[in-house]
Design a protein around this ligand. Structure first.
Ligand SMILES: *Cc1c(COP(=O)(O)O)cnc(C)c1O
Length: 482
């Protein structure tokens, strides 16, 4: 039932405070003709409505949520405590700086922490999401080339295994995308990359976007060679660090030869994700790009912290300083773990993924024959589909009946019946064992009763949804009867 259907004229539960500013009289033409149709429900109904909805959803607080590439890690409660301190919530971005020195210190300290983790020189906290960070990083690379008078560099290389946002961000930044295929191991085909960069096209290459470990959970062993090839032809290398969960505290993008990077605080650094947002996709860069950064950065001056506009800043990506409270949460997480804890979290994330992969590989094919994965692994269910008619989608839906959120399905696109599993570091061995048992029993069920799995899930509030229909004909607003 929708909240509008619970609404009855005259009910409600809001009390607005008395107006303490002068009232403004809008002109007649600017006024609504009819009052806004807001749902009118008493507080208890409101509370029940959202509790009921919450019971229908599956979140990381309900059960295992191994969504690959997304890092659905548990967000420690202490983050919320820090972010709800009035010194952080009851401030205004236009307040005199000497009254918000603590907030500036948060911005400075998170920047320093992210710089230490990535090896980059400076960060902007403005971008509000990973894709927004990619767009920012590409504009940074563009500003660099233009400042060098290098106007022909309009092409960006993106591997076929890239996250879908990469080519989209490149196009938004006015660049055209060149795809490079992966080799049989699922990594960048170095020979093909070299050929491309040493061809005439090399002079038009703005750079390369790469995720390492890539979306198949593989760390590219040729990473230094790859970044050298791009630099040799005059390009810049962008690190999609949306998911840094395998390498934080262990390997730094700067040392791999990358020039700039974005990080998703709402993945790796334990701030809420999706509907729990907002997100944050800070972008870091090496010294040679820092003067082009957007927005303001925090500097120390005369014993105080202050904001400074980078010398050749390309502009603004968002109002003010980004989603500040997200930065507070991420900084809390980093400080609670400390340098050693950050590295340990990565180690456990990698261990958990390898444990699950090892316990499943006798039944499920592992894409690219991966021996050791990083924070996630990809199962290829093509053989199971051929044998039994049960697809990756059917197995994913079958998991729902066991209270497990499905892994990422049909991604990366380079694997046909892909299930990409990322358990994350916080899961106990018991939880992993249970998930392994469920996946093994579903494999058996696929052989015994494929029909049952074709119709899974059987126990959820809704069963198979018309996903294409939902995308093509979305119903986004309530249709009132009158
Ligand atoms: C999640 C993700 C992104 C996009 O991040 P958003 O915050 O959803 O925009 C980009 N690249 C990779 C590898 C990701 O996993």
């Amino acid at each position: 039932m929708l909240i509008y259907e619970k609404s009855r004229e005259g009910r409600g539960c809001s009390l607005l405070p008395a107006c303490d500013v002068p009232e403004y009289a809008f002109e007649e033409k600017d006024l609504r003709e009819k009052p806004l149709r807001l749902p009118q429900v008493p507080e208890v109904e409101l509370s029940r409505h959202y509790t009921e909805l919450a019971h229908k959803a599956h979140g990381v607080n309900d059960g295992f949520y191994p969504l690959g590439s997304c890092t659905m890690k548990y967000n420690p409660r202490v983050n919320e405590t820090a972010a709800s301190l009035p010194g952080f919530t009851q401030i205004h971005p236009l307040q005199p700086l000497h009254t918000v020195q603590g907030a500036l210190r948060v911005l400075r300290e998170i920047e320093e922490a992210l710089a230490a983790i990535t090896g980059m020189a400076r960060f902007t906290l403005q971008p509000a999401a990973g894709a927004h960070g990619e767009f920012t990083g590409l504009l940074l690379i563009k500003a660099y080339h233009l400042a060098n008078g290098d106007t022909a560099r309009t092409k960006i290389i993106v591997p076929d295994s890239a996250h879908g946002t990469n080519p989209a961000s490149a196009v938004m930044a006015g660049m055209s995308v060149i795809n490079v295929d992966s080799d049989e191991k699922g990594c960048v085909d170095v020979a093909k990359l070299r050929e491309l960069c040493e061809s005439e096209e090399g002079a038009q290459i703005a750079g390369l976007m790469l995720t390492n470990p890539n979306t198949a959970g593989l760390f590219d062993p040729n990473i230094r060679e790859i970044t050298d090839i791009i630099h040799a032809c005059g390009g810049q290398v962008y690190y999609d660090g949306a998911n840094l969960n395998a390498v934080m505290g262990v390997a730094r993008p700067a040392d791999m030869g990358f020039d700039c990077v974005h990080l998703n605080l709402h993945k790796t650094f334990s701030t809420p994700h999706g509907g729990g947002g907002p997100g944050a996709g800070p972008v870091g860069c090496k010294e040679h790009l820092a003067k082009f950064l957007p927005g303001l950065v925090v500097e120390a001056a005369g014993g105080e912290l202050t904001f400074v506009k980078p010398a050749e800043s390309f502009g603004e990506m968002k109002n003010f300083y980004g989603n500040f409270l997200v930065a507070v949460k991420a900084l809390t997480y980093i400080k609670m773990l400390g340098a050693a804890g950050i590295a340990e979290a990565s180690a456990n994330a990698v261990l958990n993924a390898n444990y699950m992969m090892a316990k499943l590989r006798d039944l499920y094919d592992i894409a690219f024959g991966t021996e050791v994965c990083m924070h996630e692994f990809v199962m290829d269910l093509s053989a199971l589909l051929k044998e039994t008619g049960v697809s990756a989608m059917d197995i994913a839906k079958g998991l729902l009946d066991h209270g497990i959120h499905p892994p990422t399905m049909y991604f990366p696109l380079t694997v046909h019946e892909a299930l990409m599993v990322e358990p994350t570091e916080t899961e106990t061995k018991e939880t992993l064992d249970e998930a392994i048992d469920v996946l093994r029993s579903l494999y058996q069920l696929a052989h015994d009763d494929p029909e049952y799995l074709h119709h899974a899930p059987h126990s959820t509030p809704v069963t198979r949804l018309d996903e294409v229909g939902a995308a093509r004909h979305p119903v986004l607003k309530y249709a009132f009867e009158k």
